[in-house]
Design a protein around this ligand. Sequence first.
Ligand code: TA6
Length: 329
Amino acid sequence: MVAGSSPARGATNSKTQCQQHWVFLCLAGADLLSRLSQSAFIRLQQRGELELLCVQHPLFSADLLLQGAQLLRFAPAGDSNWLWLSEQAAYLQGQSVRGGIPVCWPWFGNAAMNPPAVQAHLTDSNAAPAHGFARARRWALSHWYEAADRVELTLMLEDNRHPLWQANLQPQLRLIFSAYALQLELTTRNQGSETATFSQALHTYFPTADINATRVQGLHDCRYIDTLEQWQEKTQTGAVAFHGETDRIYYPSQPIQLHSPQRRLTLQTEGSRSAVVWNPWINKSLTLSQFAADAWQRMFCVETANAAADAVTLAPGAEHRLVLRLSQD
Ligand code: TA6
């Protein structure tokens, strides 16, 4: 069903009438691409081999790939991209693009390092691709809402099956853009008849003008797993700074602040008790696809996750929602 547009029904006083704006609410089960002509702010474009939804709103803009439901860019009007996107990004079918916010699902990282309850759904953990399969597959646009202050997009993974994965889970990603904040809500529903456990992450890449002057605040006294030192458990003292390859799973207890020379962002989450902080530094950078040898100086990741001990178990019919909200200080 596609509801038509109609002016918001406000009070009758002249001020509200001046603020009156058109609200489009379009609902449909099928892929909405054919109805984008009704949108005032959303257009479908092609980038390389991939379909790209471009949102151009008076207050912000955003670029979202249908492959992986991967957000590549979000910028309030007059600001630059809050996300880092590789200068060597390649837009190829079946290959995740380096940057933005890849959706790592239904397992995070190396499948063979996941908890046994997650591996129980994998027929061969060692053969499984890193970060699951959802980030390399097409998602369908199933809902959009647009108004004078925001745009919302909802996408559903088109094919949730994989030869190596035996649970019947369905993910949906809702993105909410406004002048001051970016919010992503990744909801997973257990459509199967058995309890299922999965891990995931919104693998957010952030830009920085200088990695040496970049800090991640809000993790003081937090436990973390150092995946580069035999997954030893440690405790963070003070702000996280980058002095070499960094790949840690933190268990934060409060919002995180991201301080780079050009921007300060607050990262709030719901449904997540783990955050991965990552920078490949010099040597690992040489092993990464779509990644310039010196790109480690211009990016860092803080990933909103359900990783390791924070994996999620769902009874049949149950849902879990992972929320990431970025706002500028
Ligand atoms: O989240 C950190 C991490 O697991 C790193 O170990 C590194 O592998 C990074 O993700 C990127 O992984 P990708 O498969 O996208 O190259």
